[in-house]
Design a protein around this ligand. Structure first.
Ligand code: COA
Length: 159
């Protein structure tokens, strides 16, 4: 089956779809407020990408471009992508949607950092991500995993 990854628009329909996902939180609420208060325009691009099955959003992820000056993960330091909130609705899991979204993120050619939830580590490893050497100062409370194109290395930390 072919799935299309789409950049999601900020509008009331998308925000309603987001309520079906477990990781619905501050980011979504703040988008809703910004929309209600006309701080952002209806239908503007969001940092989310997703896959629809018919007219139902079944998988999504949030992708942020981070500037090299904030890069503590890659060598040489460079612009990278931060991938958050990858989630596939329960009845659509194990059908390739998660993989499709991760492949889409990789297609930008930049290194990627994500933060793994407890039980999804095996999925990330299958996607070619590796756990970084844990750095207490940098990674406090997180479980970062990274993927990088050839020629890029993991940044060595001081600890
Ligand atoms: N543990 C181990 N392997 C996993 C896995 C998991 N939790 N989820 C997927 N995989 C494997 C698949 O079997 C598949 O392997 P294959 O290529 O050898 O066939 C590969 O990873 C790609 O799987 P895919 O179908 O693209 O995964 P998905 O669409 O279900 O997306 C998650 C993966 C983790 C994003 C999705 O399951 C999800 O949102 N889960 C809910 C939140 C969570 O973290 N759950 C963890 C499980 S309780």
């Amino acid at each position: 089956m072919s799935y299309n990854v789409e950049r999601l628009k900020v509008n009331y329909k998308t925000l309603e779809e987001f309520k079906k996902f477990k990781e619905y939180g501050v980011q979504e609420l703040s988008m809703l407020e910004d929309l209600q208060e006309n701080i952002i325009e209806d239908n503007c691009d969001s940092p989310f990408y997703g896959i629809y099955f018919g007219d139902k959003l079944v998988a999504r992820m949030s992708l942020y471009e981070r500037n090299a000056k904030y890069d503590l993960y890659f060598d040489p330091p460079q612009n990278f992508l931060e991938l958050w909130k990858l989630e596939v609705l329960p009845e659509y899991q194990f059908k390739g949607y998660g993989k499709k979204l991760v492949e889409f993120a990789k297609s930008f050619g930049a290194p990627i950092k994500t933060n793994s939830r407890m039980k999804s580590k095996e999925f990330w490893e299958k996607m070619g991500f590796q756990t970084v050497t844990y750095d207490m100062e940098r990674d406090l409370g997180q479980n970062p995993l990274i993927w990088h194109p050839d020629g890029v290395k993991e940044q060595k930390t001081n600890s």
